[in-house]
Design a protein around this ligand. Structure first.
Ligand code: ADP
Ligand code: ZN
Length: 207
């Protein structure tokens, strides 16, 4: 895909999908290859996500790569002036300024690789990822495995009752589900809700 890209042009790549779909793994894989190619790489994550480490991005499979924690998207711009490749994990925790910053970085000739959740626990688009998808040159959608039925999973099921959009957690709070098995919360405004889907009663477990 990228082998035909001429030098001195920047672009935006977005890696998106549900939790556990391998976004961080894929981001780390791409960034490691850039390191091997001796490119100057800068890696960032938002301050809100220090679940596993303060100075690394870490996948659920425990791959990790050194990164810097930033308060907001403007810090990324300030700290990546020298970089040729800019990696950003957990992008859903930044506000819409991230779109402006990614555009600026790409316009400066940098390769910008952004990973983030495209839907929240209600199954609703998780800003600013939809806006980033619109302006990105390259998009990769990753899928987890549905923990209920084993199909490809595109949804993040919250296992606890809480209506706040952002609750930072891992498999203690969330699991991956497919379209059939995803059960949106009562206040979700999704198409699922309108069609009544997801409000099916759970099958009684035998015994
Ligand atoms: P993401 O960044 O999308 O949350 P990660 O890259 O951090 O995903 O983690 C992906 C890894 O999560 C997989 O390689 C696997 O080891 C683990 N994992 C845990 N639960 C699941 C699941 N239901 N489906 C797929 N992978 C899972
Ligand atoms: Zn399923």
């Amino acid at each position: 895909m990228l082998s035909i890209v001429h030098r001195n042009i920047g672009w935006i790549e977005v890696i998106c999908g549900s939790m556990f779909s391998g976004k961080s793994e894929e981001l780390i894989r791409r960034l490691r290859r850039a390191f091997i190619a001796r490119q100057k790489v800068a890696v960032f994550k938002p301050k809100i996500d220090v679940r596993f480490s303060e100075d690394h991005i870490v996948s659920h499979s425990e791959l990790k790569l050194a990164s810097r924690v930033v308060e907001n998207a403007w810090d990324i711009l300030e700290q990546s002036l020298e970089a040729q490749v800019v990696g950003i994990d957990e992008a859903q925790f930044f506000n819409r300024d991230l779109v402006v910053i990614c555009q600026k970085l790409a316009n400066m000739g940098k390769r910008v690789i952004v990973a983030g959740l495209d839907q929240d626990f209600r199954g609703e688009p998780f800003e600013p990822i939809p806006q980033l998808l619109a302006v990105a040159e390259y998009i990769t959608k990753t899928h987890a495995i549905c923990v209920v039925c084993g199909n490809p999973a595109n949804y993040t099921q919250r296992k606890i009752q809480n209506t706040e959009r952002v609750i930072v957690g891992a498999s203690d709070i969330y699991e991956a589900r497919c379209r059939n098995c995803f059960e949106p919360p009562e206040d979700a405004k999704t198409e699922f809700k309108l069609s009544g889907k997801g409000r099916r009663k759970k099958k009684e477990k035998p015994g």
